[in-house]
Design a protein around this ligand. Structure first.
Ligand code: BGC
Ligand code: BGC
Length: 830
């Protein structure tokens, strides 16, 4: 570390003489364990691979500086270091009073709560928080600002959006991953953040998991080959001083086996033996640690019934033992509140098990007070606190937050710079996997091309974690520096003398030579993306492909998805089928590969191969390479190219119900996967993990189980002030066709107040609650067309399927909530 840096630290109370105080405390010393080993989930350390954070993470000068700093910090300052608050729930003014050490911008948090805030507002926000923290009397330690830049700097409008990890996995190209890490880091640094919550090193084993796309591959070898490369891209090589300009801290997540939960349930339980835990799920961690990853995020999920957030065997014995990790462990979003005996506001157990920094988005203030009390009472040993603070300060030194200059901050020309966009486009080309081609590809550049489906929807192509947490509801205007798949195809075809026409429903007036039909999943994130099976639901894309086939027009299917799905009918109906995953902002990469020159010679060949096994039926999951009786439709590593053509025979189609019947959101006393309950008030939103008992952040809305036709078959929603209870899930297309209309059907009982005290909503449309004159259980059926804004467009992507709003005091119980299909139904009277 250069002397000049040491001098700058003086601002925060350190002195050059700090080196003299260096004792080596905490470096290479035995990990402090404040808790007896757990019985369940105990580990055999001799089985674990060895890795080691680079020596440069704990260089003598850094450690000396940290030692000196810790010796001057008050207890409050130390406790503040171990708590991270979300910008949606903390203000710069709060930082002037509370010595909180870190802030994050969660998926739904943004400057001024405006998800579409310009990049300059992000810079201003970072500066404002930093300045407020530094202005607190006696402040010694600057803030660390984290954000989920998981496919580029995805929270910020105008940033480059790289393909989600599943697509990068198809490329099998660690060097490409490193360059993507570099570009992502530059864009994040430009807007003033220091740290990204990535790379995700999940090795998803059950594709029903809503986060499958955040993993590079079901194959641990692919994840391992990327983990170090992404870390180096984001952070650069660790040296003695801070990270090189334009680099940020990374976070290997989610430790451990987030991709191994039973049934692919998000935040669920991996019921596996230790060998599987090591061989499959731990694969990415040693290379990330060897590459110097500065932080690790603990998983929400459990291993054999023990939540990782409280598992000292893994967080401390393994991670600080054989894995040799010297950075800090951050918890996930209020994950500590899920430990037995803990709440979001209080959880010594997580800290003592090895969580060094709590992610306490909205719970930071009571958590700060309670943690302080726990250190004072000795429930949290002082040396455990010092150990966590040391790790955090070390990372802060490396990240450079002690230095006054921020080399690329404010250089917004880095966002979607031409070279970053070119890199993303290269990644899109490399991520495409060709599953079928009867010769229709490549498309001659001089052809007349019909482009159908969602080719112009960049939001769909970008998936979850795009501008908002769920990524739903984005429009073309939200992507000023992007090219849609349609725009890319049009430019390529016109460039070669051909002609392209966009027709969402696939109809045409002038007969085309060939059609490209773009379709797939709509955006989702985390548990909202969990699905019961691998069936692809919408019928319309198949209908378009079949109509084109009947008309004798060859069709290329471009499938957008966050996981492999059963699509044999679509593959059979198409002449070529391309798995394009979630490509992001550079749709032009698809045209590069699909569109040949005017003479028919391909411009770029396919090189992607399957990062996940492709299922032959909706229920073929889990199905992973190496599993007993492995028999997928297309195996891991499969992928055709122009140079490696093959005939794809007609695939067997299994009988599945396509989108028929009711969708039950809540029935038999539980929320059915993938739907869940969120409670909202002016303090924000909180999800009720088990859907049974919980409260909104300011406790204006509470839920408890109550008896209906069966014991605890209903939920009572009590409003003591203004708020909403919301059932959310993956976005559904609920636009009416001529024969079918959707309606929401709710069995309910007013417990306090009258039906006029409630509003009912779907999506973002609210209306009066249908009249409930009597008492006791009643049934309401509300056709979507009866909502005030019930026009077709507003229901194209609906992820909030039921909203119950009240200003309180009022209470209502619900017992059965479902989406039904109705012919024409009358609108209920309020
Ligand atoms: C997710 C993490 C993410 C964090 C912050 C959590 O819900 O599980 O992956 O980094 O939120 O947004
Ligand atoms: C946040 C996400 C977070 C999620 C966890 C959302 O409201 O914006 O960042 O991952 O909640 O439940």
């Amino acid at each position: 570390m250069a002397n000049v840096s040491v001098k700058r630290w003086n601002r925060f109370g350190a002195t050059v003489a700090a080196a003299a105080l260096f004792t080596g405390l905490g470096v290479g010393a035995a990990p402090v364990r404040a808790q007896a080993p757990l019985q369940a989930g105990a580990v055999d350390l001799s089985r674990w691979p060895a890795s080691r954070s680079p020596a440069a993470m704990t260089d003598a000068q850094t450690e000396a500086f940290v030692t000196a700093l810790i010796s001057r910090m008050t207890l409050e300052e130390k406790v503040g270091q171990v708590i991270q608050a979300d910008i949606g729930s903390i203000t710069p003014a709060d930082l002037a009073r509370f010595p909180i050490g870190s802030i994050l911008a969660g998926g739904n948090s943004a400057p001024g709560a405006d998800e579409r805030a310009p990049a300059a507002a992000w810079v201003a926000l970072a500066r404002e928080f930093r300045a407020a923290a530094a202005a607190r009397p006696g402040a010694r330690v600057p803030l660390l600002f984290g954000i989920d830049a998981v496919h580029g700097h995805n929270n910020v409008v105008g940033a480059t959006l790289f393909p989600h990890n599943i697509g990068l996995g198809a490329a099998r190209d660690p060097e490409l991953i490193r360059r993507i890490g570099e570009a992502t880091a530059r864009e994040v640094a430009a807007t003033g953040a220091d740290w990204t919550f990535g790379p995700t090193l999940a090795v998803p084993q059950d594709d029903r998991w809503g986060r499958a796309y955040e993993g590079y591959s079901e194959d641990p070898a692919v994840v391992a080959s990327y983990a170090g490369a992404m870390t180096l891209g984001l952070q650069g090589e660790l040296g003695e001083g801070r990270l090189a300009a334009g680099h940020i801290a990374g976070s290997a997540k989610h430790f451990l086996a987030d991709g191994g939960t039973l049934g692919g349930k998000d935040q669920g339980d991996a019921v596996i033996d230790e060998q599987t835990l090591i061989a499959i799920h731990a694969a990415g961690y040693p290379p990330a640690i060897d590459a110097g990853v500065l932080t690790v995020m603990a998983s929400f999920s459990a291993w054999n019934g023990v939540k990782h957030t409280g598992n000292a065997n893994l967080l401390t014995d393994v991670l600080r033992g054989p894995l040799g990790f010297d950075g800090f462990v951050v918890g996930d979003w209020n994950a500590h509140g899920q430990l037995p005996g803990c709440t979001n506001e209080s959880c010594a157990a997580a800290f003592n098990a090895g969580i060094d920094m709590f992610m306490a988005p909205d719970s930071w203030r009571p958590l700060f007070e309670n943690t302080l009390a726990q250190v004072r009472s000795g429930e949290i040993p002082m040396d455990r606190l010092d150990q966590a603070v040391r790790r955090i300060l070390r990372v802060k030194v490396k990240t450079g937050v002690f230095e006054p200059d921020r080399p690329v901050e404010g250089d917004l020309s880095l966002l979607a710079s031409p070279d970053h966009r070119a890199l993303a486009r290269e990644a899109v080309r490399a991520s495409l996997v060709l599953l079928k081609n009867d010769g229709v590809l490549p498309i001659r550049g001089d052809a007349r091309v019909l482009v159908a489906g969602n080719a112009d929807d960049i939001g769909q192509a970008a998936g979850g974690w795009t501008i908002t947490w769920q990524g739903s509801g984005n429009t073309r205007a939200d992507f000023p520096n992007a090219e849609s798949i349609w725009e890319g195809l049009k430019a390529a075809v016109e460039g070669e003398g051909g002609e392209a026409v966009l027709s969402v429903d696939g109809t045409f007036t002038t007969r085309p030579d060939v059609a490209v039909v773009v379709f797939g999943e709509t955006p989702y994130a985390e548990f909202q993306g969990d699905v019961p099976d691998l069936e692809f639901h919408p019928d319309e894309p198949l209908a378009i492909l079949q109509r084109l086939k009947a008309a004798g027009i060859p069709a290329v299917a471009v499938f957008l998805s966050g996981r492999p799905l059963y699509v044999n009918p679509e593959i059979n109906a198409a002449n070529a089928f391309v798995a394009a995953w979630l490509p992001g902002s550079e749709g032009g990469g698809i045209a590069d590969v699909l569109i040949a020159d005017a003479a028919g010679a391909p411009r770029v060949d396919f090189r992607g191969t399957l990062p996940f096994s492709w299922p032959r039926s909706p229920d073929q999951t889990p199905q992973n390479v190496g599993s007993a009786g492995y028999d997928p439709q297309f195996p891991l590593g499969y992928g055709l190219s122009y140079g490696r053509p093959a005939v794809t025979p007609r695939l067997d189609e299994v009988d599945v119900e396509r989108g028929e019947g009711d969708r039950i959101l809540f029935g038999d006393g539980r929320f059915s996967t993938p739907w869940s309950l969120v409670l909202r008030d002016e303090g924000g939103e909180s999800r009720v993990a088990d859907g049974a008992r919980g409260a909104s952040p300011r406790s204006r809305v509470e839920v408890t189980p109550v008896d209906g036709t069966a014991q605890e078959s209903a939920r009572k929603l009590t409003f003591s002030g203004p708020g909403r209870a919301i059932i959310t899930g993956p976005a559904l297309d609920l636009t009416a066709t001529t024969e079918v209309h959707h309606a929401l059907s709710v069995r309910f009982r007013i417990d306090l107040g009258a039906s006029s005290d409630f509003q009912l909503g779907i999506g973002d449309q609210l209306t009066a609650w249908p009249a409930a004159p009597g008492s006791g259980w009643q049934q309401a059926t509300l056709p979507l067309g009866c909502l005030p804004g019930g026009d077709v467009a507003s229901f194209a992507s609906v992820d909030r399927l039921l909203i119950i709003e009240a200003t309180g005091p009022a209470a209502m119980s619900i017992e059965d909530v479902r989406l039904v299909r109705v012919p024409d139904a009358p609108c209920p009277r309020p």
